[in-house]
Design a protein around this ligand. Structure first.
Ligand code: FES
Length: 569
């Protein structure tokens, strides 16, 4: 390695005040890892590597890493993996979203601080892909994403099981008394049986498709099952593609643009994808100064059909989506609506990618644009006196008979209040009421958990009620379904109107008008506002990451990113 080169191990030297000494020292220490001089002289592809004993979705990452490294080495560069935080969705308290920004900071800073010329991002479980894209966008080193891929389904009697829509379906049956504790115990062991991310079009799979639609991962890789040999071949090809980025450095800021973000929003809508994805895509785009006003989502939603028949909205699972044609088939149907000149990490445009030869499509799983499953997109933003900065409803997963409705509010002031009273036989509630959960937004102590899928009170579920209007400033799992209004902004804890709702108030929902209104007169609201005490924690009483989070987290319409992580103007 020439001491004057600034690639590979010569990049970003540790500062000892003597550049030549720094390089000499680094080479000495790097050689202790057994690298030959030839290897020490190569350009480096870093691999952001996220296995964890607390992340079941990434349990095949050791094998996947070997394939990425094989691809890098065969293409002539040196692969060097480095660990970052991993976020296993169900292992984090209070909720994984709280740590997404921490993972993004870890990813960004380790890409920037360590000597690599390009980076492969290995992620999968819900928050990991957005965190890696956010970090990579801010670091802006040539980067390519490879995702974990979805789990395979399992069986229980005649039933096909896949995490985690079926987790909720069977839990609903258990709550309604249709199955007993022994049976739910049996099902518990069969819902998630392979490596990989949830088996439906939940947040992880939606984000995998969004990464591919943005152009940040190789064509056709989003939906390959985690345990399929094609996933290993995709990892090897990703390693090779990362090496091509060394000669032709395409940076995230060239791939993630206003036009590619619009493509990703179209894909999100056509998939009927996770509501979480709008928060994550807003955060990723925000790192490059691209805003996503929710009015833009509505404009695109009006002109984007829902094409896929996948759980939690439809019938099929991610492995079916892969075998049916995957994201490529969806992109070809959306072609007239997409910005085809967007650059992807391969160096091809999206248009060139779409025009490549493709296998036949299974129309039971992926509909054509001429005969879509729904004429309009799966997500819609609502505005009104209850949500001045917007709220989200996944209309493709909701009951249309509840779309134009006025109801009486039954208010739960916190998650603790909800847990305490939801199954109280004396709870004053009917199927026509609107359940309202307050203080579950991003700055609340609960950190915006996936608690917006409020359970139907036992007194109603035991009579067979499956859905009712539920409203909150929380999020909902991408694997859940129901007439659920989420991400109400501003949140209750910040003094938003949601925090002023009282039992018995009337609320009007109109999906047709994209509105959600609290029907209480302004004088009464002013009185309530004067008495309002926000359920916020004083940052002065906190330390460490808790304090950073409390001081910095933004509202849902800004992607719940930290203010300090936005680009410097
Ligand atoms: Fe990891 Fe669902 S728990 S993707």
């Amino acid at each position: 390695m020439s001491d004057k080169e600034d690639h590979g191990f010569a990049r970003g030297l540790t500062n000892y005040g003597d550049r030549d000494f720094s390089l000499y020292l680094r080479k000495s220490f790097a050689s202790s890892m057994g690298y030959s001089r030839e290897m020490l002289a190569k350009k480096i592809v870093g691999i952001a590597y996220t296995p964890s004993g607390f992340n079941n979705c990434h349990r095949h990452f050791p094998e996947l890493l070997e394939a990425v490294k094989r691809g890098v080495l065969a293409a002539g560069a040196l692969p060097v993996e480095f660990p970052t935080i991993s976020l296993g969705e169900v292992f984090l308290n209070p909720t994984s979203l709280k740590f997404r920004n921490l993972m993004s900071m870890d990813t960004e800073e380790m890409i920037r601080a360590q000597p690599m010329d390009a980076v492969v991002l290995m992620g999968g479980c819900d928050k990991t892909v957005p965190a890696q894209l956010m970090g990579a966008a801010s670091a802006d080193l040539p980067a390519i994403q490879i995702v974990a891929g979805p789990m395979m389904t399992s069986r229980y009697g005649e039933e096909r099981l896949g995490a985690c829509t079926d987790c909720r379906r069977f839990w609903g049956k258990y709550r309604a008394g249709e199955i007993d504790s022994e049976e739910i115990g049996n099902i518990e062991m069969r819902l998630a049986t392979t490596a990989g991310t949830c088996a439906v079009m939940g947040t992880a799979s939606t984000m995998a498709c969004i990464a591919e639609a943005l152009g940040m991962s190789l064509p056709g890789t989003a939906a390959i099952p985690a345990v399929h040999a094609d996933r290993l071949r995709a990892a090897e090809a990703t390693g090779a593609a990362a090496v091509r980025l060394l000669a032709n450095p395409i940076r995230p800021s060239q791939v993630i643009t206003r036009k590619s973000v619009e493509n990703a929003l179209r894909v999100l809508l056509a998939l009927g994808g996770s509501t979480n994805a709008i928060v994550h895509l807003t955060a990723v785009a925000g790192r490059l100064g691209i805003d996503i006003p929710l009015t833009w989502l509505n404009e695109l939603s009006d002109t984007t059909p829902v094409l896929v028949n996948l759980k939690p909205v439809g019938e099929h699972y991610m492995e079916d989506f892969f075998f049916a044609g995957g994201l490529g088939a969806v992109l070809r149907e959306l072609k007239p609506r997409l910005n085809l000149d967007c650059l992807t990490v391969t160096g091809d445009t999206l248009g060139e990618r779409i025009d490549a030869p493709a296998d036949p499509v299974d129309r039971k799983v992926i509909a054509s644009a001429s005969e879509p499953r729904e004429p309009q997109g799966g997500l819609v933003a609502l505005f009104g006196s209850l949500a001045p900065r917007g709220a989200i409803l996944k209309r493709s997963a909701a009951d249309p008979t509840l779309f134009e409705k006025e109801g009486r509010a039954v208010v739960f002031s916190s998650l603790e209040d909800l847990a305490k009273r939801i199954d109280d036989p004396d709870l004053d509630i009917t199927a026509d009421d609107f359940m309202v959960l307050q203080n579950a937004g991003p700055t609340s102590p609960s950190g915006m958990p996936e608690a917006g899928y409020l359970p139907i009170p036992k007194k109603l579920s035991s009579k067979g009620l499956k859905d009712m209007v539920r409203i909150s400033d929380a999020r909902m799992s991408g694997t859940a379904f129901g007439t659920i209004v989420l991400h109400v902004t501003p949140e209750a804890a910040q003094g938003g109107p949601l925090g002023l709702v009282r039992n018995g108030d009337r609320i009007r929902l109109s999906v047709k008008n994209r509105s959600i209104d609290l029907l209480v007169d302004e004088d009464e609201l002013a009185r309530r506002r004067a008495d309002f005490t926000p359920a916020l924690r004083d940052p002065e009483t906190l330390r460490g990451y808790d304090r950073l989070y409390a001081e910095q987290v933004l509202q849902a319409d800004e992607g719940c990113d930290f203010a300090i992580l936005k680009p410097v103007k």
